[in-house]
Design a protein around this ligand. Sequence first.
Ligand code: 3PG
Length: 216
Amino acid sequence: MADTLAQLASHRLVPVVVLDEAAHADGLAQALVDGGLPVAEVTFRTAAAPDAIRAIAARGDVLVGAGTVLTAGQVDQAVAAGARYVVSPGTSRAVVERCAEHGIPVLPGAVTATEVQAALELGVTTVKFFPAGTSGGAKAIAALGAPFVGLSFVPTGGIGPGNLDEYLALPSVAAVGGSWMVPRDLVRGGDLTAVRDLVREAVALATSLRPDVRDR
Ligand code: 3PG
């Protein structure tokens, strides 16, 4: 489990993907690989999610997880499809406990000290800080990092090229999630070259912001 979280952190970015059809999954995965970011959080916002995860997991070259997981049943579906990690917008005991049963890392959402403590009590080591932009942004994460030593954050929501630096500058930020490099309309329209280019730009930006990580 720690290995998977370490792999996520090494990429610094987690593309949050909404796939309207599972048939788009392979092309999207190829665009991510070609763009230099073989990571995907495929959200359960569409019915295509389990089949899309299955298709990406079968390739073996993308660190694929399930996002927007709201129920224990969806955890089961995600694990059966081959997801390597689970992300949830909030902290649900049912979701976290089912992930533990499966032995799969989970990143539940938490943006207040009380929510963070609830997640810690469930054995969580990394939380999703969502929605980052409207929950105090990087300043809030820095403030929470003071009492919660050792806790890692993956901020998501309202982050893009214009403010990525604020988040990646924080030592408690393991990686930053976002949809800006995988726009739903481009994926739906099959414009995978444009997706690849956005992914490349995001990777180049993240690398330029953290040269220490690039060389690790
Ligand atoms: C998520 O679920 O992580 C967010 O919807 C992604 O937020 P963004 O679209 O603002 O990047």
